[in-house]
Write a protein that binds this ligand. Structure first.
Ligand SMILES: [Zn+2]
Length: 681
């Protein structure tokens, strides 16, 4: 088998297609995916024969100045990370975290411009006005429910919200964006220091980005042109190993589907229209879709944001939030269209109204081999993050708690390798949209133990300890060192840009966000606006956002069916008849004509029909067996039977809507009937 065959087979696998298709046709069919993984095929990078280039990273005085600044300011940098960790602010509400980051940059002589693309917690910090422009990244948002005490190896939420019926945990940095923000900031300041001390001709910009966990901030900012004019972009992300990233990520679409209905009592649900039904039906249909209609590279997952407050109130508004992931924007749109069809059908089946809100969308990441190799060479020169025995012990304890192999923290760098043979789906990042504007180099640094997935309390536990500190300090050094190389070695920067041009040839980038889409926003606190010099709402933002109101009518139950459920479970034939009459299912006359098994015969007629005995004498009539009190043997009864004393069905809240559940034990006749609370629940 030749290398070309291997490459072709790999490409076919990558696209999930059969061997009858041609590579050229595939490349033509999805140029965006081809630009990421297919490019490496075309340029002859073989996963087995790849050798790492050496000599890219140089040790210069400017680089030593940059690295020296990081070593001299470890306390400042790790304090910023720990402060952001303790704020644990959710996406698009990073008021304290963004302010803390900007203040550190301001103190180092950066110009701060707040409110990028209308996001109050996004900013651009700039140093210099000459030479190539290098961009760095800072994110500082936390995740819901991932609160955890710092350095504690068993799940122990720092913020625990008590509710009698549903406990929740507070937000936490389960993706270590506290370390990410501080590491990116440190790298930018370090390069600025090298520019200042050595008179280098270059400009550095740190982009403080809002709402990365929801893939919002950068996607809108790129569309608004915030990232225009960069010569390269350098980014990192906390992970459980340390390695440069030379792969792609998923394209992603984020949208919420809200089902609007009509509320009512959960115990008398006929005619109510449940938004929760709509959301659950949609989720169920999508699960069937997943079984047969989703490629290996496709993913989707969802969360019900507002599923109702109590079982006895039919929720008339319920929102289900979807992330849809695929290998390229084109593929993500196809999968998203299938999911939208499920939403429409769910609305129809649940008799609810569907309101669909698009939030954000990003492309898949365009890697840069030249950038990854430059990062790798610098990482090898600087060395892997150094962890102490205490760090390894904490890592092993977290691994033990979560059922993973107790291997501690990684002691070496993971070697750079070409992208995997096939793209089988996975994570997404809004850095991806930047990667189609300018050559982008990304690395991962070990901020939590191997085997632990991100978005887990185990990450929150280690992200503000020495483990997280070592990850962010190492990442800052790697990024700063590579940036100084790009400034001092123009051919390195040119190589990244040439590769970028080659990869994107013939591809016309267009944001996946439709024109006129307003991003998800929260109104900032007044003191945040004052401190950052912003006004609210920003230009082009409609505020307040128009309300979504359920105006649906109750559903009809038809003329013969009053809108009640079965009033009581029958125990005897007599009870059954009463129930049938009360619900108008059986007219009185019709029941009489139909007769009733075991009915007492009428005097006279019954005697005439009785067959004679063998002796010719009329049979001796035996007294009928007594079946119960006389009143219950008459049919129909002359008057309604007296109600048996039973439990009170009046709720303390005053409602009489409840009925007696049949399975409950009946009180003894002699004992007084106890009042039963909560019957209307
Ligand atoms: Zn992240």
């Amino acid at each position: 088998m030749t290398d070309a065959d291997l490459g072709r087979r790999r490409l076919l696998k990558m696209f999930g297609l059969s061997a009858t298709a041609t590579t050229a046709a595939i490349l033509q069919a999805d140029q965006v995916l081809a630009a990421t993984l297919g490019y490496d095929e075309r340029t002859g990078v073989s996963p087995t024969g790849y050798t790492l280039p050496a000599g890219l990273a140089r040790s210069t005085e400017a680089k030593q100045t940059a690295l020296g600044w990081i070593s001299a300011h470890e306390g400042t940098i790790t304090k910023l990370s720990d402060d952001i960790w303790s704020h644990a602010e959710l996406s698009l509400r990073e008021w304290k975290s963004s302010l803390a980051t900007a203040k550190v940059l301001e103190a180092e002589g950066f110009d701060i411009e707040w409110g990028s693309a209308g996001f109050p917690t996004a900013f651009v910090a700039t140093y210099g006005d000459d030479g190539p422009v290098l961009g760095f990244n800072a994110e500082y948002d936390a995740l819901p429910g991932l609160s955890q005490k710092q350095g504690v190896s068993t799940h122990d939420p720092l913020v625990y919200n008590y509710d009698a019926y549903g406990r929740t945990y507070g937000p936490g940095h389960g993706d270590a964006h506290n370390a990410l923000g501080a590491g990116g900031t440190a790298a930018t300041i370090a390069v600025a220091r090298a520019i200042r001390v050595h008179g280098l001709k270059a400009t550095v910009k740190l982009f403080g980005s809002a709402g990365e966990e929801q893939l919002v901030g950068k996607a809108f900012a790129v569309k608004a042109g915030v990232y225009v004019g960069l010569d390269a972009f350098l980014d990192w992300h906390p992970f459980n190993i340390t390695v440069p990233f030379w792969n792609t990520t998923s394209a992603l679409i984020s949208a919420t589907f809200t089902f609007l209905g009509a509320s009512g009592h959960g115990g008398t649900p006929l005619g109510n229209k449940s938004g929760l039904d709509g959301a659950l039906l949609m989720a169920t249909m999508c699960e069937y879709l997943r079984e047969k209609n989703v490629a290996p590279s496709g993913r989707f997952h969802y969360a019900i944001i507002n599923g109702g407050g109590a079982p006895n109130v039919t929720p008339y508004m319920c929102s289900i939030w979807f992330f849809v992931r695929e290998g390229s924007p084109q593929r993500a749109r196809v999968l998203c269209d299938k999911i939208v069809e499920c939403a429409k059908s769910a609305a129809s089946a649940s008799q609810t109204r569907l309101v669909h809100k698009f939030h954000s969308a990003t492309w898949n990441l365009l890697a840069n081999k030249a950038g990854a190799e430059l990062l790798n060479d610098n990482m090898k020169q600087i060395g892997a993050p150094q962890f102490t025995d205490a760090d390894h012990a904490l890592a092993k304890a977290v691994q033990k708690s979560l059922g993973r192999e107790e291997v501690g923290m990684p002691t070496a760098l993971t070697p750079l390798t070409p992208p995997a043979a096939a793209y089988t789906g996975g994570l997404a990042t809004d850095t991806a949209d930047i990667s189609w504007q300018t050559p982008t180099a990304v690395l991962l640094s070990a901020a939590y133990p191997p085997g632990i997935p991100n978005h887990n309390w185990g990450v929150t536990a280690t992200a503000a300890t020495r483990i997280g500190h070592q990850a962010l300090l190492s990442a800052a050094r790697y990024l700063a060192a590579a940036a100084v190389d790009l400034i001092e070695q123009p051919d390195q920067l040119a190589a990244m840009n040439q590769e970028f041009k080659d990869r994107t040839e013939g591809i016309e980038w267009a944001s996946m966000i439709p024109d006129g889409t307003q991003p998800p926003l929260y109104r900032p606190p007044a003191d945040f606006l004052r401190e950052t010099g912003q006004s609210w709402p920003p230009e082009g933002v409609t505020w307040p956002v128009p309300q979504v109101v359920a105006t649906e009518q109750l559903g009809t139950t038809g003329p013969a069916l009053p809108p009640v459920t079965w009033p009581a479970v029958p125990e005897t034939d007599r009870d059954l008849t009463r129930v049938l009459r009360s619900t108008a299912w059986l007219p009185k006359q019709k029941w009489r004509r139909a007769g009733r098994p075991g009915r007492a015969p009428q005097p006279g007629r019954a005697r005439a029909r009785r067959p004679p005995t063998r002796a010719g004498r009329p049979p001796t009539r035996k007294p009928p067996a007594r079946r119960g009190p006389p009143s219950t043997r008459r049919w129909p009864p002359r008057s309604p039977p007296p109600r048996r004393p039973g439990p009170r069905t009046v709720c303390p809240c005053g409602s009489t809507a409840g009925s007696v559940p049949y399975a409950w034990p009946r009180p003894a006749r002699s004992a007084p009937a106890p009042a039963r609370a909560g019957m209307c629940g």
